[in-house]
Design a protein around this ligand. Sequence first.
Ligand code: HEM
Length: 375
Amino acid sequence: MQSAAASLRAPVRRAAFASARIQRVSLRSSYRRFSTETPPPAPAKSNTALYAGIGALALGGGVAFYLFSNDTLSTTAKSGVQSAKAAVKFTPTKEDYQKVYNKIAEVLNSDESGAYDDGSYGPVLLRLGWHSSGTYDKATGTGGSNYATMRFSPEALHGANNGLHIARGIMEKIKQEFDWISYGDLWTLGGVTAIQEMAGPKIAWRAGRIDGEAKDATPDGRLPDASQGKDHLRDIFYRMGFNDQEIVALSGAHALGRCHPDRSGFDGPWTFSPTTVTNDYFKLLLSEKWVWRKWAGPKQLQDKKTGTLMMLPTDYALVGDKSFKKWVQTYAADEALFFKDFSSVVGRLFELGVPESQFASTEPWYFKTLDEQKA
Ligand code: HEM
C-alpha cells in the first residue's frame, strides 16, 4: 500500500533493481562479495578550471594518501589549492551547500556507486553521518558531529567504525572540490543526501560544524554494541538525549544497507530493498519468524522463510520490550508517520554536540533532490 508520504517521494531509481540484485547477492559466495565490495575509489575529477592542474596533483596525492592511511595526517594535510582558497575569505550560502549536496548525489547515482554492495554508497554514507554524531554525551557535552573526530585515530580505529574508511574516502573526494566545508558538515550532509536520494523524507540540516583536533576525539564504547539488549540500547541512546520512541524511529535506518563480516562480523541485509528508505524494517520485524542463525559468526537472527534477511540482537530487542514494541507496531502500520518522525530525529541526531551559536541559520534548511531539480 502506497502511503501519502511515499507517493510524494522522489522516484525510486533502483528499487526494483535492488530487490532483484539482493537475490543474486545472497547467492554469491562470501569470498566473492568481500573481494569485490571495497574497490578503492577512482581518482576524483576537479571541475575547477582555474585550479585544474594543481587540483589534479593535490587530488591524486590526497586520495592515494587517504586510502593507505587511516590517520590524522591524511585529512589535515593541506594542499596548495586548499591554502590558496583558505586565504580568500569565502562565506558559503545555502546555494553553495546545495551544490555540495548535488555533488554527493551525483556520486550516489554514479555507476561506481551502482556497482558497490547492493547498488549504492548511500547506506555506508548514512552510517558515517550517524557514527560521527552518535558519540554525543549530553552530561558532559562532549562528542557529536561538531568536530568530526573520526578523522583521528584511535577513534577511526574503534571497532564500531570498522569499514567507515570507505565512506570517509568517498567524502574526501567531495572535500577536495569543496575545500571550504568542514568535515562535520560534509559527513552529516552526506547522511542527509543519502536518505533523500534513497527516496526517504526531507531532513532539515544547517551548516556550522567546525573541524576539531585529535584531543576532542571520544573514548571507545560510546556507539551501540549490536550484541547487547534493551538495557544497553537505553543506556546508549538516553545518554545522547533520546527517548524510547526516538530509539525505535532511528533504528528504522536499518531498512538500508547490510552487515559485513569483515566489518562488524555480522552478515546480511535487514530488508529486501536495502537502497530504498521504507518502513519495511518494522514490518519484517513483526511479520517474519526470526530464528537464531546457526553459524560460526556472532549471534544474529535470520528470517525462517528465506534465510536471507537478518536482525541484530539489538534490532530484535525492539520487539521484546513493551515500550519499544508499541512504536515498532505504530511505524509498521504507518509509513508516513515513520517518515515524519525519522526525519525529525535524524535532523536532531546530526546536530548533537554543535553549539546553537555556531549554526549559520536559525531556520532549518531543506535541500532539493536531483530529481526535484530536474523537474
Ligand atoms: C540501535 C543501535 C544500532 C546498532 C547496534 C547498529 C549496528 C549496526 C551494525 C552492526 C551494522 C553493520 C556494519 C557493517 O558490518 O557494515 C550497521 C549498519 C548500518 N547502520 Fe546501524 N546500528 C544502530 C543504529 C543505527 C542508526 C541510529 C542508524 C542511522 C540513523 C544506523 C544506520 C546504519 C546503516 C545505514 C547501516 C548499513 C551500512 C552499510 O550498508 O554499509 N544504525 N549498524
